[in-house]
Design a binder for this molecule. Sequence first.
Ligand code: TNX
Length: 526
Amino acid sequence: MTYRKQLISITAFLIVLMSGSQITYGAKTKTDLSKESIIPRPVSIIATGDYFTLKATTAIFIQGESEELKQVGLYFSERLKPSTGFGLEVKTTTKEPGSGSIYLAVSGTDPKLGNEGYVLTITKKMVKLTANNPAGLFRGIQTIRQLLPANIEKASKQTGPWKIATGTITDYPVYSYRGTMLDVSRHFFGVNDVKRVIDLIAAYKMNVLHLHLSDDQGWRIEIKSWPNLATHGGSTQVGGGNGGYYTQEQYSDIVKYAKDRYIMIVPEIDMPGHTNAALASYAVLNCSDKATELYTGTNVGFSTLCTTKDSTYKFIDDVVRELAAITPGPFIHIGGDESHSTKREDYIPFINKVQDIVLAHGKQILGWDDIAISTLKPNVVAQNWANVKNANLAVSQGAKILMSPAKKAYLDMQYDKSTKLGLHWAAYIELDSAYIWDPATYIPGVGKENVLGIEAALWTETITKMDDIEYMVFPRLPGYAEIGWTPSALRSWDEYKIRLGKQGDRFKAMDINYYPSTRVPWEVKK
Ligand code: TNX
């Protein structure tokens, strides 16, 4: 071989090597849309074997002049900005834009897409997302994020290229309620932490964040007519730390942040039990007329509002009125769980009266399944956590069930015996166990037609900081999101765990402190 030929072949070898290393680092051109690992798994994917490239010159076109669509376009542009370094312009248009654009349109032609479904059509020339509602476009944008390389999620500028495989995805959820609960009472979490949780659940197309705003250990929402609730009742937390509370302004900021991501906030005021923080703040709420001491332990079932006093219902009316006024979503959650210190003959009329109060303020009632022993009003939703009998009792009264079985969907349950955070009173919940169940068949006697949706709950007796939240929530949360979104016929653990393993790079790019379960074949680049 001549020196020149040798040089050429060495160069060729180097090029191959470099492209090989590109494969390792994820910039390989992926052209088969059906091989992408999207969570929740979409209803249908048709691949066409090419790719679209997102460039600095790509524009996001929205159909018409709708302010709401503009916001969705801006959200997408902002999401792509840190990693791509592109400041994609959002433009309005009345007709389909030309080559090299992303087009978001509300078309309203396909009823099966419902409120949150979307059709995503990717060609070499264009990414087109259509839905009946902006909410559907927002969900579809989450799919596009997952079709881009994992580096798209990084907070600093990355080198592309930003390619998306071509084809068509048609997608819509099985359940209308797909949520997560965060207990901000046992330990308080500030506005920024809550916003991060909202962003993390939004990425997996969840649409509800339930905030457990009051419990024995802390009252976390300012109520102007009963100010001590927050200033005194919110002043501590489990373990005796400083606690905290949201002013109504801060709460409204959370609500808006969630709403911009098509997530509804469900506020919970737990009663008549789990109320020590309130009982410590106002003597009048106690049958003894004596305020209790603040509580920083982790026992349950020792507190109760005085159910026989009129002033108690005045108190509840004030709280529900103020909360309803700052909560645009339909639900107020009244708790009702573990009221072991309330006599049954007091509990039942109490729950009946509280239901009337919530209805009088124009809101729909959500409560833990314990409330099923009372007379449920129309449209009540009972949240199942443990008791099969209560769930059936609720259904027999015409209520819908929100599925949060502690053995499957409690995010504070430890993964296994080695997990340092969390509890295990209901179960150890490894990744497979968290995924392998079906809300439509889990409770004998409760069928799909009775189920409103699914909610995974994070109680925070042992959870003190954002890193802890992430560790317990991830990687179980994408599985709950998929249970709520994807038809059960399309779900299997063996297939899911591979898709989940491929999300590892995304978790890293999003800087999520996740539990690296050995049940999942992680494909994480070093
Ligand atoms: C039960 S589930 C509770 C909560 C605890 C949780 C701990 C339910 C409605 N009540 O008060 O925080 O267990 O896992």
